[in-house]
Design a protein around this ligand. Sequence first.
Ligand SMILES: N[C@@H](CCC(=O)N[C@@H](CS)C(=O)NCC(=O)O)C(=O)O
Length: 338
Amino acid sequence: MRKILLALLASFLVGGFAQAQGGLLAEIQERGNLACGVNQSLPGFGVIDSEGNFSGFDVDFCRAIAAAVIGDADAVTYRALTASERFTAVQSGEVDVLIRNTTWTSSRDSEVGLNFAPTTFYDGQGFTVKRASGISQVQDFEGTTICVQSGTTTELNLADVMAALDISYTPLLFETADQVYAAYEADQCESVTTDMSGLVSRSTLLQDPEASVILPITISKEPLGPAVLHGDDQWFDVVKWVTFATMFAEEYGITSDNVRDQLETAEAPVVRRFLGLDGQVMQQLGLDSEAMVRVIEQVGNYGEIFARNLGPDTQFGLERGLNAQYTDGGLLYSPPFR
Ligand SMILES: N[C@@H](CCC(=O)N[C@@H](CS)C(=O)NCC(=O)O)C(=O)O
């Protein structure tokens, strides 16, 4: 009995602590600005232009959260973070959310203290090689040097796979993608390894793109998505459901072009709830009834975000693949708004 009482007391204290740590939603709304940790050198995902403007697929999810929470997709302060800086930036509260091609892993979810929102981009690790190297399969890496970025899952997966296949290679480690690619261009390594998305993105910056090729080999699972700090369930819920909102809207045909009209015409109960016309789902999340309407109006649904930044009409020309809706053979699946 005493044990049960102590356990109850402990859980109350922990619960109270979590509450005291919470309140980020109100704080951000008061501040009128979302601090979003992003990449600045990954075209298509997170990149900064010469005027200091950020854009890309990940950046659009920062914008979506700001639209829902603050009412304005532009109310974002971007913090460009390297792979090794990114987790400290979340832990110290420098950023409210991290959206920087970050892989969801168990240790990041536990030891590092992150909570991951739904995966926005299902990816896997691959290799770019010099055509002249003749490398076409993993076994061909025997005796070669591979350029890789530190502080990433990339570094760890590479070691795992090479050890499992008993291939000896030399990893050449760098802090940033710019350094990795500078070394590759300078022929210090035969190959670069990272997420396929990173390889596709950075191949557009190669001096001679034709001299390199991305191998059709994937050696890992890299589910990339937004992450927040442990201890603030309300904020986690908001980031999670804004992310789902983009997927939900695509599934139900709600687009930036038609969302205002749908406010007048929508009949399906499931859509009316999403638009805040019926029920209280948005208020239950701590948001106002039109929160997701603004997300779709100002940023677009998942399909629009993907097409604008990465799709066939962009220089990256990516297919949806696993990032298609579940109704289309992909893995995107928003739970119900109800
Ligand atoms: N998804 C992996 C890799 C993330 C990562 O940092 N990838 C590199 C590959 S291109 C990158 O984004 N670098 C950008 C930079 O350092 O500027 C992870 O979460 O550890």
